[in-house]
Design a protein around this ligand. Structure first.
Ligand code: SF4
Length: 200
């Protein structure tokens, strides 16, 4: 059975918590592959908190620069499990913790969940992907439609109130003027823009 929970890339410990997502991005690697490198990230079942903690202990977060909750999917869809593991890590290791997200958690839960990150998550990294709602919807096909774009911006602002660092990211295939428009959106939300490589 495939159950890759923790895996390591460039001295960062990643924790794969779910394959579910509220988006269907046209560039999503899940549609093209079954993992990253030779790590299979399709989960035949989602790991329990106990299974996640056992694997986290086995890897020892202390050895890595950062611990990142990701998925081969959207980690905030398992918010309780993510925060239970983050609490365990904070109580037992001196680790910086990041969550990589599509920023739709408040839409998913119907309330502001950002305050739950306080003291547990050090960096929230939100995929911005586009400079406006129409282009985001075209690219990411959220179940929330065009509303998702303002939703993720509002989520960035809510996170900024409770976590030390909020990052919004775009891929480097966007035209420079679009990247600048995205930079303004991020800065207006109190976030730093990160221009990342497209994963082929
Ligand atoms: S938000 Fe991430 S996991 Fe979800 S569809 Fe887009 S690229 Fe894939």
């Amino acid at each position: 059975m495939y159950l890759t929970i923790c895996y390591v890339l460039e001295n960062t410990l990643y924790i794969n918590v779910t394959n579910r997502c509220t988006n269907r991005c046209s560039f999503c690697v899940r549609d093209k592959d079954c993992g990253i490198g030779d790590v299979n990230l399709w989960l035949e079942k989602e790991p329990t908190v106990e299974e996640m903690i056992e694997d986290i202990k086995r890897f020892n977060p202390q050895k890595y620069d950062e611990v990142v909750f990701c998925g081969y999917g959207e980690p905030t869809m398992r918010l309780d499990a993510v925060l239970a593991c983050a609490k365990f890590i904070k109580e037992n290791f001196d680790s910086k913790i990041r969550i990589n997200t599509n920023g739709q958690a408040n839409l998913f839960y119907g309330e502001n969940v950002a305050p739950r990150f306080h003291g547990l998550i050090d960096v929230v990294s939100i995929s911005l992907n586009a400079k406006n709602a129409e282009e985001y919807d075209e690219l990411c096909k959220s179940i929330y439609g065009k509303e998702s774009f303002q939703g993720l911006i509002d989520f960035a602002k809510a996170c900024k109130k409770v976590v030390p660092e909020v990052v919004m990211s775009v891929v480097d295939v966007l035209p420079p003027e679009d990247i600048e428009a995205c930079r303004k959106i991020a800065e207006d939300a109190g976030a730093r823009l990160r221009v990342r490589d497209l994963i082929e």
